[in-house]
Write a protein that binds this ligand. Structure first.
Ligand SMILES: Nc1ncnc2c1ncn2[C@@H]1O[C@H](COP(=O)(O)OP(=O)(O)OP(=O)(O)O)[C@@H](O)[C@H]1O
Ligand SMILES: [Mg+2]
Length: 378
């Protein structure tokens, strides 16, 4: 699936714009506050129908305008299709080849292999933030990998809510009847996450080494259950262990009124050279680690599903030292698929943006094609 063109109208600070992206790297260059991230946000909306950072869709509509529109032409197995998303007073509407997509239409036809993975400065929270950030990453990545995870995770949350209510308000026998669905759906979710971590862990180590250079510490990714659940084994084994742990903790869970073990409490270990990346990693190392996580996810999707997602990299180079930045860019240049990168300083991305890179200068919501880099000796 390749993006052939992208058009914006009244989206954020962009009145009207058209971008003809590279089949590899498209680089958006401009000072702060000009519209670089806004363009990534438009792309993300087009690929996922979800806002990247806006909390309300209405934020995406240009001040003083009635509706925002993003449109892209994608070339895939079935030929070229035009995909559009509009945000108006009535909310969000998606179009496929000019036809409105009603909520009853199958969304997989709409997405048809379009996916986007974004890396922005906020993603540092994956390392710096609490376990909920890492659980969200895991479940999103698991959902990208196996779409069924979306409903499986919802079933678990429902079972958890019901059991917590039973812990607070019901007799012991009643609580027990709520434990079985919790154990069953919880074990399923843990098994999914374990399978995903098993796929990602070697790729994270490899990508981190690529970004950071051969001398760097080894990056390790592991699942960390909150309470005595094994990190391997079949779903049945996980279920029986979870049932055992819940039975052990019943007194205290009743007292506190909530379930103290299970996937909603679990975490992900991120370590560099055997030490925790959160307490001991430097800002640049933490950033490289988060990038490695995202790259691992992309490479895994490409290999397991046969299609690379669009890679959106917002301001990645500013906090990496030149050497790490060089490693990163060489690695990205070797990735398949299309990438969009933003920077305030063109020189940061120029040396290694790769063959076929296209540069745009961004100013007050306008995008102007810029000269390609001069390749020394070329
Ligand atoms: N709905 C909107 N209508 C008009 N302008 C908007 C809207 N939402 C945001 N903006 C403007 O968009 C600009 C920010 O754009 P963006 O976040 O893309 O900047 P940027 O180029 O990524 O800058 P930086 O380098 O600082 O990250 C701000 O000037 C903001 O006022
Ligand atoms: Mg920005």
């Amino acid at each position: 699936m390749r993006l052939l063109s992208l058009s914006l109208r009244d989206f954020r600070n962009v009145r009207e714009a058209r971008i003809d992206p590279s089949m590899r790297a498209t680089v958006l260059v401009g000072p702060n506050g000009q519209g670089k991230t806004n363009l990534l946000e438009a792309l993300f909306l087009l690929c996922t129908l979800k806002p990247l950072r806006a909390t309300r869709l209405a934020e995406l509509v240009r001040f003083g305008a009635e509706r925002a529109r993003v449109e892209g032409e994608f070339e895939g197995a079935g030929g070229v299709r035009t995909v559009a998303v509009e945000i108006g007073p009535e909310g969000r509407t998606a179009f496929l080849d000019g036809k409105t997509l009603s909520s009853s239409d199958r969304l997989d036809a709409f997405f048809e292999g379009r996916a986007a993975v974004c890396f922005s400065p906020d993603d540092l929270l994956l390392v710096k933030g609490g376990p909920d950030q890492r659980r969200r990453f895991l479940d999103r990545a698991a959902f990208n990998r196996w779409p069924a995870v979306l409903s499986e995770a919802r079933e678990y949350l429902r079972a958890l809510r019901e059991r917590n209510a039973a812990l607070r308000h019901s007799a012991p026998e009643v609580e027990e009847s709520f434990r079985e669905p919790l154990v069953r759906t919880g074990a399923r979710l843990v098994a999914r996450r374990l399978a995903l971590v098993a796929e990602l862990a070697p790729r994270v180590a490899e990508a981190f080494a690529e970004i950071s250079g051969p001398e760097a510490d080894v990056a390790r990714l592991a699942y960390r259950p909150a309470a005595g659940i094994p990190v391997e084994g079949t779903e049945e084994e996980i279920a029986s262990r979870l049932a055992f742990v819940l039975a052990q903790r019943i007194g205290r869970d009743r007292e506190k009124g909530y379930t103290s073990a299970g996937p909603h409490m679990d975490d992900l270990t991120l370590a560099l050279g055997g030490k925790g990346a959160r307490p001991y990693g430097s800002q640049g190392q933490q950033r490289a680690l988060v990038l490695a996580l995202k790259i691992a996810e992309i490479e895994n999707l490409r290999d397991e599903q046969g299609r690379p997602p669009l890679l959106l990299l917002d301001d990645v180079s500013s906090e990496l030292d030149p050497e790490k930045n060089g490693h990163l860019l060489r690695h990205l240049a070797a990735l398949p698929g299309q990438a969009f990168l933003t920077t305030t300083d063109r020189r940061l991305l120029e040396p290694a943006a790769g063959e076929g890179a296209i540069f745009y200068r961004v100013r007050e919501g306008t995008f102007e094609r810029d000269l390609p880099p001069v390749i020394p000796g070329g």
